[in-house]
Design a protein around this ligand. Structure first.
Ligand code: SAM
Length: 281
C-alpha cells in the first residue's frame, strides 16, 4: 500500500505512478499523442514569465517552450531525477527559454507576483491539498495573470467492447491514488477547485480523446502506451494491496488491449481550465 502523504501534504514519496524509465516513456508517448488536443490553444506572449509547476520529465515543457519561443519558462518539480531528465530533453530540443528548479509546490522559492502565467498539468491529481496548492500558485501570479490547469478523470473512461474486469482494474488505480492522498477523478473538479482557490473568469473545456482503428497513432500512443500501460504498471501494487485477484486484473488489462483491435473503441476525457488572478486580488 502507498504510505500517507508527507508532512507538506505532497506526494513526493508516494507518487503513485513512480519515477521509472517506463513511466518516463509513458509520459512522453502521452504528450506526443495529445499535443494538439491539450495545447493547441496555449501560447504565451513574448517576454512573459511562465511558471510550470510539476514539470516531471518535461513532457509538456518542450511543447510549451516550442509554442511560445519568446516566453521565459521556469519549470519546477519536487523530483531531482525528473528535473535532470527534463533538462536533457529541453537541451536536446535546442530550447534556451527554460530554466529548471527543484522545488516543492508547497514551498516555492519565488517572490509574490513573480510570474505572468502558471501552467499545471497532471499534478493536482497527486496532491492531497490541491486548493492550497492553487492558492500558493495564485500568490506567485501578478494581478491579471492566468493559470492553466489540465487534469484527467479516470471516471470518464469507457470503451467497446465493455468489460467489468477492465473497469475493476481501472478502479484499482483510483483506489490506490486515493489511498496515497491523491484523486484520479479530479478532472471533474477543475472548475470548483479553481473557483475555491479564488481565481476569476474560470473557464473549463473538456477534451475528449476518442480512439478507434481509423486513428492508429492514438490507438498506439494513447490507448496502448498511455492509458493501458498506466493500468498495467500498477499490477504488483494492486495485488500486494489485495485490491483484486491476479486473474481478474490480468483479464482487465487484456480487455483494455482488446479495445485496440479493429472493432474496438476507447474514450477518455481530460479537463482544461483557465482562470485569472483578479486585479484586486
Ligand atoms: C504525472 S507527473 C506530470 C508531469 C508533467 N506535468 C506532465 O504533464 O508530463 C506529476 C509530477 O508532479 C510532481 N509533483 C508531485 N508533487 C509535487 C510537489 N509537491 N511539488 C512539485 N512537484 C510535485 C511529480 O514529481 C511528478 O513529476
Amino acid at each position: 500500500m502507498p504510505s500517507a502523504p508527507n508532512e507538506s501534504g505532497t506526494m513526493s514519496e508516494t507518487y503513485v505512478h513512480g519515477y521509472h524509465l517506463r513511466e518516463n516513456e509513458r509520459l512522453q508517448d502521452q504528450a506526443g499523442a495529445l499535443v494538439d488536443l491539450l495545447h493547441a490553444d496555449t501560447t504565451y506572449p513574448d517576454g512573459s514569465r511562465v511558471l510550470e509547476a510539476g514539470c516531471g520529465v518535461g513532457a509538456q515543457t518542450v511543447t510549451l517552450a516550442q509554442r511560445s519561443p519568446g516566453a521565459r519558462f521556469t519549470s519546477v518539480d519536487i523530483s531531482a531525477d525528473s528535473i535532470a531528465e527534463a533538462r536533457r530533453r529541453v537541451d536536446r530540443a535546442g530550447l534556451t527559454n527554460v530554466e529548471f528548479r527543484q522545488a516543492d509546490i508547497f514551498a516555492l522559492p519565488f517572490n509574490p507576483e513573480s510570474f505572468d502565467h502558471v501552467f499545471v498539468c497532471f499534478v493536482l491529481e497527486h496532491l492531497s491539498r490541491p486548493v492550497e496548492a492553487l492558492a500558493i500558485l495564485k500568490r506567485l501570479l501578478r494581478p491579471g495573470g492566468t493559470i492553466t490547469v489540465i487534469e484527467g478523470d479516470h471516471g470518464s473512461t469507457y470503451f467497446y467492447p465493455d468489460s467489468p474486469a477492465a473497469h475493476a482494474a481501472i478502479q484499482c488505480q483510483v483506489t490506490m491514488q486515493r489511498e496515497a492522498g491523491g484523486n484520479a477523478l479530479i478532472g471533474r473538479q477543475v472548475y470548483p477547485l479553481l473557483v475555491e482557490a479564488g481565481f476569476e473568469a474560470v473557464s473549463v473545456s473538456p477534451r475528449m480523446v476518442y480512439v478507434d482503428a481509423s486513428r492508429p497513432a492514438l490507438v498506439d500512443g494513447f490507448t496502448r502506451k498511455t492509458f493501458t500501460a498506466m493500468i498495467e504498471g500498477i499490477r504488483e501494487s494492486a495485488l500486494a494491496a489485495g485490491l483484486i485477484e491476479p486473474a481478474r486484473f490480468d483479464a482487465g488489462v487484456r480487455d483494455l488491449y482488446r479495445t485496440t483491435e479493429a472493432d474496438g473503441v476507447f474514450c477518455y476525457t481530460f479537463f482544461k481550465g483557465v482562470g485569472k488572478k483578479g486585479r484586486g486580488a
